[in-house]
Design a protein around this ligand. Structure first.
Ligand SMILES: CSCCC(=O)C(=O)COP(=O)(O)O
Ligand code: MG
Length: 259
């Protein structure tokens, strides 16, 4: 296994989740189906609660934005004679959420609702957050060498904390110095990485970002952040050109701390 040096000026590592710390299959085959299977029930049960009202409000604002941008949102053709207003409103939210999930959108509105729904599943042990075997020991090693470690995922900060707080390795939230989600901006936009650097309190050049997605890698590089692309089983195949552009690893074990 070839080792790769973490750039010498790195003081903070920024980690993606899906495809980097965690198999894509965990998200696609466990987390997302849980939402699809429980969405309508969840909304019916929690509809009158403040948290759910805020989630629905955010989804509606996102829908308004999507309509302004002429995105192809679902068209509602419900028979109002057999539905109460509440049932109709819930059906519309369900349709919108399923449409967003089908398109694998990373809107804050969608991710916030998903995070709230997963909380129940994690807390009763129905779901455990998967992390690749090399992740926890490598992060502990990096931290022993004084590196800070942060998460940046499209999943909400709450969803991130659930995944690592109820993981297959137990509660490993102590591994991280902080969490970022789409509230700081999209992962495919350079500005997001500039904002993260500002929040962490170090220049972008001192951050090394680990991700599986080349569009995210490019955005981070545009902001001056170092990038290592993580190749895990089941990740989206990189093109020949992309493979040539970035430092690639298949395991965190390969990343050596600068001496
Ligand atoms: C934080 S767990 C949920 C994963 C998720 O919803 C997602 O969109 C993953 O995105 P990532 O930025 O981690 O690739
Ligand atoms: Mg990813």
């Amino acid at each position: 296994m070839a080792t790769v040096g973490i750039p010498a000026n790195t003081s903070a590592l920024l980690l993606d989740i899906e495809g980097t710390t965690t198999p894509i299959t965990f998200v696609k085959d466990i987390l997302f189906p849980y939402i699809r299977d429980h969405l309508e029930d969840y909304l019916s049960t929690h509809w009158e609660e403040d948290e759910c009202k805020q989630d629905v409000h955010l989804l509606k604002k996102q829908l308004e934005e999507d309509l302004r941008q002429n995105r192809a949102c679902p068209v509602h053709a419900l028979d109002q004679t057999v539905h109460t207003d509440e049932e109709k409103a819930i059906r519309e939210v369900v349709e919108n959420v399923l449409w967003q999930m089908e398109a694998d959108r990373k809107t804050t509105a969608l991710k916030q609702l998903q995070g709230h729904m997963w909380r129940a599943a994690y807390s009763v042990g129905r779901i455990k957050g998967e992390v690749y075997q090399d992740v926890v020991p490598s992060i502990r090693r990096w931290r022993r060498h004084g590196l800070k470690v942060y998460i940046y995922s499209s999943g909400s900060v709450e969803a991130q904390k659930l995944l690592f707080g109820y993981s297959v390795e137990g509660d490993v939230l102590d591994l991280f110095d902080g969490h970022f989600d789409t509230n700081i901006g999209l992962k495919v936009e350079g500005k997001s990485y500039e904002r993260i650097a500002e929040r962490i309190g170090c220049p972008p050049e001192e951050i090394t970002f680990l991700t599986d997605v080349s569009r995210e890698a490019k955005a981070a590089e545009d902001a001056g952040v170092n990038v290592v692309v993580v190749v895990r089983p089941g990740n989206l195949e990189l093109s020949e050109e992309e493979r040539g552009l970035y430092t690639l690893i298949t395991s965190f074990n390969q990343l050596q701390v600068p001496v």
